[in-house]
Design a protein around this ligand. Structure first.
Ligand SMILES: [Zn+2]
Length: 64
């Protein structure tokens, strides 16, 4: 079982062509800005931003 548990909803992998949309400016996010915070290279907080309207999208953990 995954983290998400929507009763009666089938969870499927998004097709490779699916592009997320910004919830604010509704532009297709073919690119997302990642802003790193903090110094230590073990634990780094990353903030995901829309490059068009700079709305905060969430936290991420990418190794760039
Ligand atoms: Zn946006």
């Amino acid at each position: 079982m995954g983290v998400f548990n929507f009763a009666g909803v089938k969870v499927a992998d998004a097709p490779p062509s699916a592009i997320p949309k910004c919830p604010k400016c509704e532009k297709d996010l073919d690119e997302i800005w990642v802003k790193s915070k903090g110094t230590g290279f073990v634990k780094k907080e990353q903030i995901l931003m829309c490059p068009y309207c700079r709305i905060f999208l969430g936290f991420g953990s990418f190794s760039l």
